[in-house]
Design a protein around this ligand. Structure first.
Ligand code: NAP
Length: 320
């Protein structure tokens, strides 16, 4: 009897937190997971710790901060002759205590380079691989966050994200420029700005390519996964109190396992076949644990901004 081909998903940043749990959940659903990670031995240990069967995953190197590394990853993936059925852009860094910006190998501010520019290049390159897949449905999912959205409690805390007119991008985004809007370096805002870019990228991918390719593009807010390593660069006291605050005050707390299940559902389950949308399970607005399509922030639904972000990012990553 002919064996059905396993679907393949690439997940960036699958060595910890949400990405690792998503990898586990998708392997349990019968997918082959390509764990795209910067630390190969950490990823191997992580996969073993959560009990992923050896033949359910492959680990491949990517450093999303480096455009060259992203291109190399795509070449290596293609050399593996696997078909790509889904791509999950999950990796991120959050460095709230930095006084001065760190720089990527190409000279860009590091958090926007990692969270946005690396993924922007990866999405554009791997669109080709998704198009070539024979799967009935192909999906590209980008992780969002509530902090991108000042309409939500979690997004009201300053500094608020603001891409301005993307002056920093237009001027090349290299030193001394450290912010997309070209203003003074603020590390928390840099993270939030990068997550606005993630949502704009998803919406622009949808506008440009959904109709012609049938690929489903979506984002999600998996809930506040307050125990992940994302907060490792924060004050130790913050790391202690944040989960408690999220559990008892905002109600947004979710476990790492549940966040991974949510990502896996958006990648694989038939009810998540809508393109161009942002899924949420809510914070205060609980809907009995059910997901719903949430309106994104005014900035993230600004079509003109999306186009400008797209054009400038295309130049910065060398696709123009
Ligand atoms: P995490 O545990 O810190 O995981 C981040 C992952 O990204 C790690 O695997 C990390 O690799 C990887 N990574 C970082 N820089 C990289 C680079 N240059 N190249 C390749 N991989 C890199 O954080 P998390 O909480 O799971 O966050 C995952 C996603 O969920 C992010 O997009 C975040 O914005 C989103 N999110 C999180 C929350 C939350 O409350 N935690 C809420 C909403 C959305 P290493 O293991 O090598 O460090």
């Amino acid at each position: 009897m002919e064996q059905r081909r396993k679907s393949t998903v690439v997940i960036t940043g699958a060595s910890s937190g949400v990405g690792l749990q998503a990898a586990k959940a998708l392997s349990q659903r019968g997918w082959h997971v390509v764990m795209a990670c910067r630390d190969l031995s950490k990823a191997e240990k992580a996969a073993q710790t959560v009990g992923m069967p050896q033949d359910s995953y492959t680990i491949m190197h990517i450093d999303l901060a480096s455009l060259e590394s992203v291109r190399q990853f795509v070449n290596n993936f293609r050399a593996s002759s696997r078909s790509l059925d889904a791509l999950v852009c999950n990796a991120a860094i959050y460095m709230p205590l930095l006084k001065e910006p760190l720089r990527s190998p190409e000279g860009f501010e590091l958090s926007v380079a990692t969270n946005h520019l690396g993924h922007f290049l990866l999405c554009n390159l791997m669109l080709e691989d998704l198009k070539n897949s024979s799967a009935a449905e192909r999906r590209l999912v980008i992780l969002g966050t509530v902090t991108h959205n000042p309409d939500e409690l979690g997004g009201k805390i300053p500094p608020r994200p603001d891409l301005g007119d993307l002056k920093g991008f237009a001027e090349g985004f290299k030193a001394p420029i450290a912010m997309i809007d070209g203003k003074k370096f603020e590390p928390v805002k840099a993270y939030k700005d990068s997550k606005v870019c993630n949502v704009l990228t998803m919406r622009e991918l949808h506008r440009r390519y959904h109709e012609s390719t049938g690929i489903v593009f979506s984002s999600l807010y998996p809930g506040c996964v307050a125990t992940t390593a994302l907060f490792r660069n924060h004050y130790p006291l913050f790391q202690k109190l944040f989960p408690v605050f999220q559990k008892y005050i905002t109600g947004g707390f979710v476990s790492q396992e549940l966040s991974g299940e949510r990502v896996a559902a958006v990648v694989a389950d038939p009810e998540y076949n809508q393109s161009g949308v942002y899924w949420s399970w809510g914070n205060r607005q609980k809907k009995d644990g059910k997901s719903f399509v949430q309106k994104v922030s005014p900035q993230a639904r600004d079509d003109e901004k999306a186009e400008r972000m797209w054009d400038l990012s295309t130049k910065l990553v060398g696709l123009a």
